[in-house]
Design a protein around this ligand. Structure first.
Ligand code: SF4
Ligand code: SF4
Length: 376
């Protein structure tokens, strides 16, 4: 049934242009293909598994040269070849890293038998400042990781929005591995002899699918790591899906909500506490006490993702230029709403989500919420 649905899905789009070159692609690579090969016929797969085999065959019959362009593994290309269709693909571009317009221009050079010239990734004449990806304005994870910057601990993490803490200015994840790895690595490093206290971080959704076994392992094997579950009440990184802790199924039906606190206790963790990550003092106090404990502990840092809630956390904030001493402490939060205009620190009112975290770090009381009228 799935194969039949894939074969007829409108998500798979066949765009016939010149018959000389036909490109099979999917996802973001389609946009690069359209920019670099505007004349080519394109089969854009929006439903790539199960494969729409007949569509692949029909497309291949209508073009003289068939090329498969896809990021990472040769997933589509292998299938095309397995159908007995002759194509080119992986030999034209590197097997790792993201594709880009520049990389596809090099593919075009190769296809047309030209020397490939190195090309800039950005638009000619457009000088953009280099900047690392950062947490969104108002993200509740910011306060927790800012709190961790005050402690000499090893932070092990895994994959989620919270992986962004690895970048400046927070720089507060030391090692990232697979889903659930934030917990299991915390235990592994301790058993391997790391002398500093280890804090493992994990997202709420990840905790449910691959964190619980690691936590149980820490308790069972007499570890002492502190585990922080960054509970933003959704699976934010992949598009805000529900999970067993939200009380809703993926279809939006009400269901029972699993308690992270109860699961932690059931695993044998005696020190379990919940903090509000927008309250930096509370975060610091919890980290101080749990990092000092000679037994495993679990901190649940709980506040909903404002993007998922579709509303600001509170009133927008602004900086009083008369009070600001330009100490730049607020810039260390890495909030994209806080801008440095040639030394003058300002809050971009279009971006501020009103979380108030910056007001907490300003020692000069230069930051505060706008009044109700101004904040509208
Ligand atoms: S922390 Fe306060 S005083 Fe320092 S730059 Fe930011 S607003 Fe100005
Ligand atoms: S209140 Fe401060 S930290 Fe929060 S979103 Fe606005 S500028 Fe950023």
């Amino acid at each position: 049934a799935m194969a039949a649905a894939a074969a007829e899905s409108p998500l798979n789009r066949c765009e016939m242009r010149s018959p000389r070159l036909g490109i099979i692609t999917a996802s973001i690579t389609y946009q690069y293909v359209r920019e670099v090969f505007p004349e080519a016929s394109v089969l854009k797969l929006g439903w790539s598994f199960p494969f729409p085999d007949q569509l692949l065959r029909t497309f291949a019959e209508q073009v003289q040269e068939l090329v498969v362009l896809e990021e990472l593994d040769d997933f589509l290309e292998e299938r095309v070849r397995s159908l007995g269709l002759k194509c080119r693909g992986r030999e034209l571009f590197p097997p790792c890293g993201e594709l880009s317009v520049a990389k596809l221009q090099a593919v075009k050079d190769r296809l047309e038998g030209r020397e490939t010239a190195p090309r800039a990734q950005s638009l000619p004449g457009l000088e953009l400042p280099a900047r690392p990806p950062v947490f969104c304005p108002g993200c509740p994870h910011r306060g927790l990781f800012y709190g961790l910057t005050k402690f000499d601990v090893v932070v092990t993490g895994d994959i989620g929005c919270y992986s962004l803490a690895v970048f400046p200015p927070l720089n507060r994840t030391d090692v990232i591995l697979c889903m659930g790895g934030g917990i299991s690595m915390a235990h592994g490093l301790e058993k391997a002899g790391e002398k500093r206290k280890i804090v493992g971080v994990v997202g709420d959704s990840t905790f449910f699918h691959s964190g619980i076994t690691g936590l149980l392992d820490i308790v069972y094997n007499r570890g002492t790591a502190t585990i922080v579950v960054l509970d933003n009440r959704t699976t934010a990184m992949t598009g805000h899906q529900d999970h067993p802790g939200t009380g809703r199924t993926l279809q939006g039906e009400e269901t029972s909500a699993a308690s992270i606190e109860a699961i932690g206790r059931a695993c044998g963790v005696r020190r379990v506490r919940t903090v509000n990550p927008y309250n930096l003092k509370e975060v610091q106090a919890a980290l101080r006490e749990e990092v000092a404990a000679a037994e495993p502990s679990l901190i649940i840092s709980r506040a909903p993702c404002p993007l998922h809630e579709r509303k600001p956390v509170g009133p927008r904030h602004s900086i009083d230029p008369q009070k600001c001493r330009r100490c730049r402490a607020c810039l260390k939060l890495g909030c994209p709403a806080i801008e440095n205009h040639q030394g003058e620190i300002r809050i971009n009112q279009l971006l501020c989500a009103g979380c108030g975290t910056c007001a907490e770090v300003c020692k000069f009381q230069a930051i505060g919420p706008l009044g109700e009228e101004e904040s509208k």
